[in-house]
Design a protein around this ligand. Structure first.
Ligand code: ZN
Length: 312
């Protein structure tokens, strides 16, 4: 039998079978995934194989399919062990607002870098487009042009006025979708318009998790009535940490990566080297200056660990 894990408590796994039935499963013995020192081998989003136990109401997971991606965070601050938050995410939606509160491009770009590192396709959702302000609208158009050119899909929505919610739903249908964003950007309001009643449920779960200091956060997938799932994350912290060398950072800025093969030095950091194709592209306006600045900011940041990044 096969199915998808929609909830994990660490010892029990709720599996949705392909025929729609729900079954509680246990894990067979000690399951280890090669090359990954994780405290939890099976997470929400995993596709698993299982067999029924004698009572026919519970199952035993005996196979985990290869993940296309997953997000992790450190199990504890001091530990080298990682904790997998969720797997097989089809879409990440970063909810941003340009006012009340303002989401900085620094924040957007750090999120995008993380998502690129995890191979998660990310879409930028501009909420509160109902705010009637010409300057804001111009700024939004500028950003949409920058990010669309790189290859990110941008959405302009209003949870309040219910504008373009259907377009989002269409994109989410039958997929595993992750929602992220600063507090105040209207994430719960948006989720509520996508699936009425769901944001309340998610809110309550987050509250329970925050109570105990040592509670491990397990992501839960919430089923969407129109098909697919949503994973809510309280913040970028839950999205995990970046674990790569600084020299690789430009790999996660797609437009910088694309042009980097034209640099004179193969180990060019695109910061100061002569005959750097990236610096030239910035000067020529082919690569956005803001994006480049954010690249340099991350590059020269003394701490690459996203868990330490200030989020408010
Ligand atoms: Zn270069």
């Amino acid at each position: 039998m096969e199915g998808i894990v929609i909830k994990s408590t660490g010892s029990f796994y709720t599996v949705k079978q392909d025929d729609g039935a729900i079954i509680q499963c246990k894990l067979k013995g000690k399951f280890k995934i090669e090359g990954l020192k994780a405290t939890n081998p099976v997470v929400a989003g995993d596709r698993v194989g299982f067999k029924y136990l004698d009572d026919k109401t519970t199952g035993l997971i005996n196979k985990i399919q290869k993940r296309k991606n997953y997000i992790i965070r450190k199990a504890t601050n001091l530990s080298k062990l990682t904790h997998i938050v969720a797997a097989n995410i089809d879409n990440a939606f970063l909810i941003v607002t340009l006012a009340e509160p303002r989401t900085s491009t620094g924040f957007i770009d750090r999120f995008l870098v993380t998502a690129e590192a995890y191979s998660i396709p990310t879409h930028i959702v501009f909420n509160k487009i109902d705010i009637n302000d010409k300057e804001l609208k111009n700024r939004r158009n500028e950003l949409i042009e920058i990010y669309t050119k790189i290859g990110y899909k941008c959405y302009e929505v209003s949870a309040l006025k219910e504008i373009n919610i259907d377009i989002l739903k269409e994109k989410m249908k039958d997929k595993i979708n992750l929602f992220a964003g600063h507090s105040g950007v209207g994430k719960s309001e948006l989720i509520n318009k996508i699936e009425p009643g769901l944001s309340i449920q998610i809110g309550e779960i987050s509250k329970v998790h925050n109570k105990g200091k040592h509670t491990t956060t397990f992501a839960e997938m919430h089923e969407l009535s129109f098909g697919g799932y949503i994973i809510d994350t309280p913040g970028i912290k839950e999205f995990g940490l970046i674990d790569f060398y600084k020299e690789e950072l430009f790999h996660y800025f797609p437009e910088i990566f694309r042009i980097s093969s034209e640099c004179q030095f193969h180990n060019c950091t695109h910061e100061h080297e002569p005959n750097c194709a990236v610096i030239r592209a910035v000067e020529e306006g082919i690569i956005s200056e803001t994006r480049y600045k954010n690249y340099i900011n991350i590059l020269t940041d003394s701490d690459m660990d996203i868990n330490e990044w200030e989020l408010r």
